[in-house]
Design a protein around this ligand. Structure first.
Ligand code: KG4
Ligand code: ZN
Length: 333
């Protein structure tokens, strides 16, 4: 009989629990996204952990109902233990340890960033390694060489803001709400990127590091220089120009890394990998030599499915419940 894995994700502002049968048959992937943070234009850590406390049991029951299973059917439990907001990680961790104790099942602590990359396996089970992976989320931006699963080399990372954070901050300064990525992408589709030229930070820099805070400041200066009426009238163009600048840098460095390492596969991962302009640009620049893959949108943003799949990959690293620890940050490799 194939085994059943429960994946629990509470590192930031989504409470998510998934049920995975075997390696890729997803029986449930329940996500409760917190709207509490909208009015603040960013995630408020204390509000996030409180909401996880309220959400986690209902999400667990919804996931089991959806999978039509009882808790005893679970064979393996995976839970995010790093990186993330400590209070939020603790809610998932405490729940997972309680469940592991009650059901006497093994518990695998999962690295959230590894899980974002591994999410690709759920939709592309036969993908070929080695790969270059671009991890672009609200808190992280990394270019990673995936030699094989569990063996990673970080090629570059952001020196300041994450890519998703830049989308969120630009949306906030334009008064577009939170999270910023989806609304900026929507606006950008109606705008003309060529009418405003924002800088491409570190594009000519030899390495694979990124920087997005200067781009965000450039948008802020444009907004300050042009008055509210013009900003309002040209919102779509501002979004399109900002997105084009961010996407060009991300796609250029990803394609360069893929060429330098001569990999057969490029993987996009994390919430910003939902962005259609980014997908198209990476495919245009790297698609000639490599297969460019990404997971379906619900598996790009935070989800329990990617945690379950990573737990399966690392099931020989299961710990006893009392040994579980959370970490606000820790390196992927
Ligand atoms: O991976 P994720 O769900 O959470 C973290 O681990 O941070 O990523 C969330 C980030 C947010 O910054 C959000 O604005 C961004 O992903 N995002 C997008 C899009 N959808 C979500 N950014 C650009 N375009 C999108 N369509
Ligand atoms: Zn994430």
């Amino acid at each position: 009989m194939t085994s059943i894995t429960l994946g629990i994700e509470t590192s930031c502002d989504d409470t998510s629990i998934a049920v995975l049968e075997g390696e890729s048959r997803l029986l449930a992937n329940e996500v409760s996204s917190q709207i509490e943070h909208e009015e603040y234009g960013g995630v408020v850590p204390e509000l996030a952990s409180r909401a996880h406390v309220v959400n986690i049991l209902p999400v667990f029951h919804r996931a089991l109902d959806q999978a039509d299973l009882r808790p005893e059917a679970i064979d393996l439990i995976g839970v995010t233990h790093t990186p993330g907001l400590i209070g939020s990680l603790l809610v998932g961790g405490a729940f997972a340890q309680g469940l592991a104790l009650a059901t006497a099942r093994p518990l695998v602590p999962v690295h959230h960033l590894e899980a974002h990359v591994v999410a690709n396996l759920l939709d592309h089970p036969s993908l070929e390694l080695p790969a270059v992976a671009l991890i672009v989320s609200g808190g992280h931006t990394l270019l990673v060489y995936v030699r094989e699963w569990r063996r990673y080399e970080v090629l570059g990372r952001t020196r300041d803001d994450a890519a998703g954070e830049a989308f969120d901050k630009v949306a906030k300064l334009l008064g577009l709400g939170f999270p910023g990525g989806p609304v900026i992408e929507r606006r950008a589709r109606q705008g003309d990127a060529s009418t405003i030229r924002f800088p491409r930070p570190m594009l000519d820099h030899e390495g694979y590091d990124f920087s997005f805070s200067g781009l965000k400041t450039a948008v802020l200066h444009w907004v300050e220089e042009h008055g509210p009426e013009e900003v309002e009238a040209r919102l779509d163009d501002v979004c399109a120009a900002f997105q084009a600048a961010a996407v060009e840098v991300l796609a250029d460095k990803t394609a360069r890394a893929a060429a330098d390492r001569d990999v057969p596969t490029v993987l996009l991962a994390g919430g910003v990998a939902c962005n259609q302009a980014l997908r198209t640009e990476v495919r245009e620049r790297a698609g000639g030599r490599a297969r460019v893959l990404w997971p379906r949108p619900v598996l790009c943003t935070d989800n329990g499915a990617m945690i379950a799949r990573t737990a399966v990959l690392r099931r020989d690293e299961a710990i006893r419940p009392g040994e579980f620890d959370v970490l606000a940050s820790s390196p992927l490799a």
